[in-house]
Write a protein that binds this ligand. Structure first.
Ligand code: MN
Length: 296
């Protein structure tokens, strides 16, 4: 098949989104909100938020930096660690630490309280932190189901080869051809952590009708043969068409997010993502009444 024939069927670019200015989440996470209602809206549904942090250096400290106890309801938080180490505790009784290559997939659904901190060792020694936290929406039918916790350590995440060995991709969520993903998801969700060497190219299998976007962590690539995407930019593809074409201009590291869009009203307020305003009021009342449990 010639390149032009392939390009006729692959998805076109909808938007190139630069990283917005950095802000702090708690005292531990200097993030840019690449995906949010203010940047790409619903165009990468079921994703509703992506905060990318670092790479940022932290000196040794006595008190762990991070975010103190807070609630979530109506969606999932997915944390991908590239450098550094984090610790998590939640009111569903789950806890653990994740470091480079590990992913935590927390389905808050009906509600959890949790805290997110630098690990004890990272706090004591300091170091470089680089991570992403993504919020994946849940459909109305699953917003009030029990919470679920998937700790996806690096050895459990399948890797596929790209570009005849000049690249690879970790299949965190969303099957990649015959390779099944590490995470179980409620609706079809894609989360692939990839890299390509300079001058290599790949076509990634994304179904017609799915949303998909590629965040470039480092390097430069050309997306859909038409758009140059620099470090810290997000290339959002059209939902029409199938598959995406990426060509590395330099060695490049990237994160692919997408899935089957959830076509429902979204009412988001702080840590709650629901369908109706009265469901937000109910979430606030439930937290106040202690119905999200306790953090032991
Ligand atoms: Mn949180």
């Amino acid at each position: 098949m010639t390149k032009s024939n392939e390009d006729m069927t692959t998805k076109a670019i909808r938007q190139i989104q630069p990283a917005p200015p950095m802000h702090w989440v708690g005292d531990g996470f200097p993030v840019t909100s690449v995906i949010s209602p203010q940047t790409v809206g619903k165009s990468v549904s079921p994703y509703i938020l992506m905060d990318y942090a670092g790479p940022a250096g932290f000196g040794p400290s006595e008190k762990p930096r991070g975010v103190d106890t807070h609630p979530h309801r109506g969606f999932e938080t997915v944390t991908v660690v590239y450098q550094g180490e984090l610790e998590h505790r939640d009111s569903a009784g789950n806890s653990g630490s994740i470091s480079a290559g590990d992913v935590q997939w927390m389905t808050a659904a009906s509600g959890v309280l949790h805290e997110e901190k630098h690990s004890a060792q990272f706090t004591r020694e300091g170091g470089v932190l680089e991570m992403a936290q993504l919020w994946v929406n849940l459909p109305a039918s699953h917003k009030m189901t029990p919470p679920r916790y998937q700790e996806l350590l690096r050895d459990r995440i399948p890797t596929v080869e790209l570009a005849e060995g000049k690249g690879s991709l970790r299949v965190i969520a969303g099957d990649f051809g015959p390779t099944p993903s590490a995470a179980q998801t409620v609706t079809p969700v894609i989360l692939w952590d990839g890299r390509l060497e300079a001058s290599s190219e790949a076509i990634l299998p994304v179904p017609e009708g799915f949303s998909v976007a590629v965040f470039v962590r480092s390097g430069t690539l050309k997306a859909a043969t038409t758009h140059t995407v620099e470090s810290r930019q997000l290339a959002v593809f059209e939902q029409t068409g199938a598959d995406i074409h990426l060509e590395a201009e330099t060695d490049v590291e990237f994160l692919v997010v997408g899935g089957e869009p959830i076509d429902e009203p979204v009412v988001a307020y702080g840590p709650f993502v629901m369908n109706k305003p009265e469901e937000i009021e109910a979430a606030i009342a439930d937290v106040r009444a202690g119905r999200f449990g306790v953090l032991a």
